[in-house]
Design a protein around this ligand. Structure first.
Ligand SMILES: NC(=O)c1ccc[n+]([C@@H]2O[C@H](COP(=O)([O-])OP(=O)(O)OC[C@H]3O[C@@H](n4cnc5c(N)ncnc54)[C@H](OP(=O)(O)O)[C@@H]3O)[C@@H](O)[C@H]2O)c1
Length: 260
């Protein structure tokens, strides 16, 4: 896929990966529509991108279906269509077993899962009418096996990966819409700055891999390779063997203590 001249909608555009994606899409000659909650940051980024390409922005909380609808309408109105949606908005809220509560799980689902559902719901009619389009959603690499303390996040991302998987073949065959699941390992963004993740790559590198994957027509874009191998190998472990791995090791680096 050649990205030049394409209209790209980016959610989570004030974040590490969303911002890097928006900048690299602008370099490719795309027209960009930026969305997130922090309007001032959107304004600054948009001003920067407007030096290279057409860029618009609007505040959008993805948990609010009306704001998501407005974001899609706004992009359509400004650019006449939407070729690619890069949906990167997300939050990471640890929920160790000591503090398990439904509010953390509900919030994670509202942002990480339903925030994307609302976008897909609004984008589908636009792309069906165009008979083309790409919806690329950021899930996570460990989306199959439970990790202690990360249940809320993992559940919301596993649901998202499942939804994308279930839409992919039908979306392509019936409506020529590409559904792409992006599954990053650790990326050095504000989201994980407290967790000291070993082997994390920069958001710029992550964005470059994602854009390369989209251009090549990949359906699932997962990275970095070393973490892909490790996580997918872990997926194959029998349950009994997986449960013997010490919990602290399963949680990974920098997991906050419940007292903190
Ligand atoms: N970093 C990693 O290692 C990693 C690994 C796997 C997957 N991911 C996923 O990658 C995506 C991007 O994360 P990141 O690492 O770039 O994190 P980040 O820097 O924390 O960015 C998160 C973005 O999501 C937006 N956001 C959060 N809640 C929102 C809401 N209710 N409505 C609208 N926007 C909202 C934030 O913008 P505002 O605060 O301005 O609204 C921000 O732009 C997320 O979906 C994350 O789960 C990250």
């Amino acid at each position: 896929m050649n990205l030049k001249g394409k209209t790209v909608l980016v959610s989570g555009a004030t974040g590490g990966m969303g911002e890097a994606l928006a900048k690299q899409c602008a370099q490719e000659g795309c027209k960009i529509a930026l969305f997130a909650r922090r309007e001032e940051q959107l304004k600054i980024l948009c001003k920067q991108l407007a030096k290279k390409t057409s860029c618009v922005y609007k505040k959008c909380d993805v948990t609010n279906p009306k704001e998501v609808k407005n974001a899609v309408l706004f992009t359509q109105k400004k650019f006449g269509g939407i070729d690619i949606a890069l949906l990167s908005a997300g939050v990471l809220m640890p929920n160790p077993i000591e503090t398990i509560n439904s509010s953390i799980i509900t919030k994670s689902m509202q942002i990480n899962f339903f925030g994307n559902v609302y976008f897909i719901e609004q984008l589908m009619p636009v792309m069906k009418k165009q008979h083309t389009g790409t919806i690329a959603v950021v899930s996570t690499l460990p989306d199959r096996r439970g990790i202690p303390g990360w249940g809320a996040y993992g559940a919301s991302k596993a649901a998202l990966s499942w939804l994308m998987e279930s839409l992919r073949a039908e979306g392509k065959q019936k409506y020529n819409i590409n559904f792409i699941t992006i599954k990053p390992g650790s990326v050095e963004t504000p989201m994980i700055e407290e967790y000291h993740r070993a082997g994390a790559i920069s958001p710029e590198k992550a964005a470059a891999i994602i854009i390369k994957g989209i251009k090549r027509g990949k359906k699932v874009i997962q990275f970095p390779l070393s973490q892909v191998m490790m996580i997918r190998l872990g997926d194959l472990f029998p349950v009994a063997a997986y449960d013997m791995i010490p919990v602290e090791m399963q949680k990974g680096d920098g997991f906050p203590n419940p007292e903190e």
